[in-house]
Design a binder for this molecule. Sequence first.
Ligand code: G1P
Length: 297
Amino acid sequence: MEKRITKAIIPAAGLGTRFLPATKAMPKEMLPILTKPTIQYIVEEAVESGIEDILIVTGKGKRAIEDHFDNNFELEDNLLRKEKYELLEEVRASSRVEIHYIRQKEAKGLGHAIWCARKFIGNEPFAVLLGDDIVQAEKPCLKQLIEQYNRTQASIIGVQQVAEEDTERYGIIDPSEKNDRSYRVRNFVEKPKKGTAPSNLAILGRYILTPEIFPFLGQHNIGKGGEIQLTDAIQQLNSIQKVFAYEFEGKRYDVGEMLGFIRTTMEFALNHEEYGREVENIMEELLLTRSSLVLKT
Ligand code: G1P
């Protein structure tokens, strides 16, 4: 019988050390790109892709995420009385989806976080969306992968090409056959050392996986960085059933590190409906001032 993808896991247990001190008392997933926390972009993509149930794997100090996706009657009442209907709608929208939570009790890596969700998933295929990767696309990235799954009923990993010098930062695939945007894969390698990457096709935070991955995650094998790696379990899964990679369409933003975060903020600000033009003027002004200062010195 054909199976549908209705459940998604969003791991959000990371410590966010790259953004300290901002993340001392606030989850990194709540850092905003303009007025929306990064995790809301991810949740919206899941919902737009047809996901019905989302499980967020949290950890210590992540309460603000639960509050964000909850009702806030006091705030809503206040906005209603002030007739701020647009804001009210924005506030309500974030509490409309069904979200479940589980805590990862120890920081043992991405593979372990996904393993924590095994009872929620049961015996169904499911999606994983990583919070560090925001993808803007005409058709939501996850939806593109789900459509592939519906054709093949096999696991699909979302990939895109990255610069040669960046391959050591990602899970990389060793592709064998290519068919349109879809690849058969020989090997999945987590963060290969410089100069050893089998390709420049990187895993970028979107996965469709079959439940047969769980026994492999349950082996708790330690991989790169001393952590239980999802990529390693995918490689094991690939030895018992087909796992495809799919080069998705869309622009991916890395909000998990400082420069990526700044670039995303700048680009989203430039594209902002109301403030975009003004932001462009500000940027031009800043750059002009800088270059005239450089000329003077
Ligand atoms: C994780 C995965 C890696 C993937 C990356 C995408 O790494 O382990 O395979 O390429 O996300 O962002 P992390 O960035 O969490 O170290």
